[in-house]
Design a protein around this ligand. Structure first.
Ligand SMILES: *[C@@H]1O[C@H](CO)[C@@H](O)[C@H](O)[C@H]1NC(C)=O
Ligand SMILES: *[C@@H]1O[C@H](CO)[C@@H](O)[C@H](O)[C@H]1NC(C)=O
Length: 373
């Protein structure tokens, strides 16, 4: 009787498990065909970007912002996992890696990677999934240029293939991955923010992406890996973004075995194209994702004219969501805005910022999340 009861409990548990694989607990986010699976749910996901959240110094502020994302129905947040400096800014300022002519030192202190720890911890608490990026192509927060004197190069173009630069870069990746290797808050590891290699053969970036993604995979077989590029270099109308001149062959890079999904960005005013051109930019990428059977993430987009935030960006969101059976898996606008509770200050407004609680937020978050369902 007792044994039979125990057996029936075990059998019930065994039968119940597959239909509820997470048992109510958070799971590792993964790819499911051309979509993402988060906590066992495969669907189209919405989110945003916050380069600045790892640079806040108050845990309560990080928590409040994460809670706003949760209650708004946002699931994915892309952040900077780098902050490279060439001189020590002092104990009150956050930095993650300090370069000198002889090499680099990773800052694991209270104003170092412990700030990233706080973001990961808050993301775990509020069910937010993070894309963590390892280096910037641009000089904001250091970027590849911060490495130059330590690794003996003087351009981004040289950085990708220089052994010494790549050793330092991989060492940094290893330190970050080791901290969150088992965290369910990690959505994906990301190679760089907007890597370009102007005038290079596309094989330079493809080799670097292969090498780096294989390296990350050797450290962590669970989490997804993506590039973080703008989406240049693919078949299209021949306008600048479609060209291969920035050293990117988008489909070749997405086809690499350890790249989990594709990323692309959209900034028409910076690229000399129109806002409505953006709709075909979205569907052109989706088509390749569908062909390669990997998800497409519309990872950054924005217009600087505030009056156009809602009208232009919601049209792109609808195009992206409308292509959810044709390769699109999610979108993240650039960028999140909120009020930092401890200081009462608003976060950085770069012209693209969508503030929590604003009418733009209602349009681009509340209504979009409702449409996704
Ligand atoms: C980003 O990369 C491109 C191509 O290498 C380069 O032209 C541009 O200057 C880079 N940005 C910075 C700030 O290095
Ligand atoms: C992916 O990376 C792993 C770890 O480095 C490597 O062993 C594997 O060969 C790579 N996958 C493919 C199909 O190249």
């Amino acid at each position: 009787m007792k044994l039979a009861f125990l057996l029936s409990v075990l059998i019930t548990a065994a039968i119940a498990l597959p239909s509820n694989p997470n048992n109510g607990r958070a799971s590792i986010s993964k790819v499911d065909g051309t979509k993402f699976n988060i906590d066992g749910v495969t669907k189209y996901y919405a989110g945003t970007n916050s380069y600045w959240i790892p640079f806040l110094t108050n845990d309560g502020d990080v928590d409040t912002i994460m809670s706003h994302l949760q209650t708004s129905g946002h699931k994915i947040l892309r952040i900077w996992g780098f902050n490279d400096v060439k001189s020590n800014p002092g104990s009150g300022t956050v930095y993650f890696q300090l370069f000198s002519s002889s090499g680099a030192t990773i800052n694991t202190g209270a104003n170092g990677l412990q700030r990233l720890d706080a973001v990961v911890k808050a993301a775990e608490k509020y069910g937010i999934r993070l894309i963590i990026n390892f280096v910037n192509n641009w000089t904001d927060f250091g970027g590849m240029a911060a490495y130059f004197s330590a690794c003996g190069v003087n351009s981004n173009e040289q950085w990708y293939a220089a052994t010494r630069c790549q050793t330092i870069y991989q060492n940094y990746i290893k330190a970050v991955v080791a901290r969150y290797r088992t965290s369910t808050a990690i959505f994906a590891w990301e190679l760089a923010n907007e890597p370009r290699c102007k005038g290079c053969q596309t094989s330079v970036l493809t080799s670097w992406i292969r090498k780096t993604s294989d390296y990350i995979k050797s450290l962590d077989t669970d989490h997804m890996i993506t590039v973080g590029d703008e989406g240049f270099g693919l078949a299209g109308d021949g306008s600048y973004p479609y060209q291969f001149s920035e050293g990117i062959d988008w489909a070749a890079n997405l086809a690499l075995p350890n790249i989990s999904f594709g990323t692309f960005h959209l900034y028409p005013s910076g690229w000399g194209v129109s806002n409505s051109w953006g709709n075909s930019w979205i569907t052109s990428h989706a088509k390749i994702c569908k062909q390669l059977n990997k998800p497409c993430l519309f990872e950054e987009y924005g217009v600087t004219t505030e009056a156009q935030h809602c009208s232009v960006e919601s049209e792109w969101q609808k195009t992206s969501l409308g292509a959810k059976e044709e390769g699109m898996a999610g979108d993240l606008f650039w960028q999140l805005g909120d009020t930092v509770k401890s200081s009462g200050q608003k976060t950085h407004n770069d012209g693209h910022t969508i503030y929590y609680g604003s009418s733009d937020w209602k349009c681009l978050v509340d209504e979009h999340v409702k449409r996704i369902g």
